[in-house]
Design a protein around this ligand. Structure first.
Ligand code: ISE
Length: 355
């Protein structure tokens, strides 16, 4: 969907997530064009660019950010490269949609928050897509409009069929559990103050040494509790569920109840046939959160296009949310080692004007 006033986007990193965003922007997003792609594997970038009229490959990500014919950037590069790339976006005043993590450690995430605040422009959006999912939005509205009175607890389940072989136990915290960190902060509108992670018996089907599943507990500023089962080698499908428990009721999302079928299994003797019932479960986060990614990117494009007038180039979680998530995950990784509850070490937001 390209037009002459389109936001010209450079997509850096065209692995699974980046390539998905390229397809989304090219096929469904209004007001934006993929003008440049970049990847560590040049061939991959060339292959993707070949399918998009007018799209160029730029070999160095920092050159792509600086390019005068690039208006905005999608960062889907590996986490360790984000700090430099985000600083370059800030230096060139380019709006950027950064897939998590903001950076790979708390200190550099804080540095990014400070640099953006000094600039006085909100240029960095962080890719916590669940905030754009219809069910999470409904849950948030129920909480905010007071339907349930005071919200007390949340129970979460986060299951993946499998993860890449590079995943270690701390990645389960930083790459998977991080979504529940953001969901908690989003739904409850407050910071998480402590984390504890327990190590139940490990799945025999998980790679040697991987602590999977994990059970996490968060405590928030006002004393609410959130528990999470995170289990990333189920071998089944992609399941993400959240239940909130409140003064006047409870609400549940993520049941995946599309079509529910009841069917025979062929077992039994014909008179007492055995049966099963069920629907389909999404295979991965790309399907489960496909609608959320579309909304996320459309809203970011709209904000980036009108940022010069409105003063903000983002419409969703920003650098502060990326920093807060990093701080909670750092405490989580520490707790994973000791099993103890660990206090989250974060600066006070009000100490950074504009953050
Ligand atoms: C992945 O990076 C995601 O962001 C998915 O939403 C999450 O479910 C998965 O565990 C992560 O590895």
């Amino acid at each position: 969907m390209s037009g002459s006033n389109d936001l010209r986007i450079a997509v850096l990193g065209v692995g699974m997530m980046g390539a998905d965003h390229v397809a989304r922007i090219t096929e469904r997003i209004k007001g934006a064009t993929v003008a440049v792609v970049n990847d560590y594997f040049t061939e991959k970038a060339e292959q993707i660019a070949a399918g998009i009229p007018g799209c160029r490959v730029i070999g160095d990500p920092l050159d792509a950010i600086a390019d005068p014919d690039v208006d905005a950037v999608v960062l889907a590069t590996p986490g360790p490269t984000h700090e430099k790339q985000l600083l370059a976006c800030l230096e060139h005043g380019k709006p950027v949609m950064c897939e998590k993590p903001l950076t790979t450690d708390v200190a550099t995430s804080l540095e990014i928050v400070k640099r953006e605040a000094e600039l006085g422009k909100k240029l960095i959006q962080v890719g916590f897509m669940r905030r754009f999912d219809h069910e999470y939005e409904q849950l948030k509205s129920l909480i905010d409009d007071g339907t349930f009175g005071q919200v007390l607890l949340a129970h979460c389940v986060h299951r993946n069929p499998a993860v890449p072989p590079s995943f270690d136990s701390s990645m389960i915290v930083k790459d998977s559990l991080v979504h529940e960190v953001d969901v908690t902060r989003f739904l409850f509108d407050e910071e998480i103050t402590s984390v504890q992670i327990l190590r139940p018996a490990a799945n025999p089907g998980a790679p040697e040494g991987l602590q999977d599943p994990q059970i996490a507990f968060f405590t928030t500023e006002s004393g609410r509790h959130v528990d999470v089962e995170v289990f990333v080698t189920t071998g089944v499908a992609y399941e993400v569920r959240t239940e909130i428990v409140a003064e006047k009721g409870s609400a549940f999302i993520g049941l995946d109840v599309g079509l529910v079928r009841k069917f025979g299994t062929g077992a039994g003797n014909g008179r007492s046939g055995a049966g099963m019932s069920g629907g389909e479960i999404t295979p991965s986060f790309k399907e489960r959160f496909g609608q959320a990614y579309d909304v996320e990117i459309q809203r970011w494009v709209n904000a980036a296009r009108t940022g010069a007038e409105t003063g903000t180039y983002i419409d969703g979680p920003g650098a502060w949310d990326g920093y807060a998530a990093a701080a909670v995950c750092a405490a989580g990784v520490q707790s994973l080692e000791t099993g103890e509850r660990v206090a989250v070490d974060m600066v006070d937001r009000s100490s950074i004007p504009g953050a």
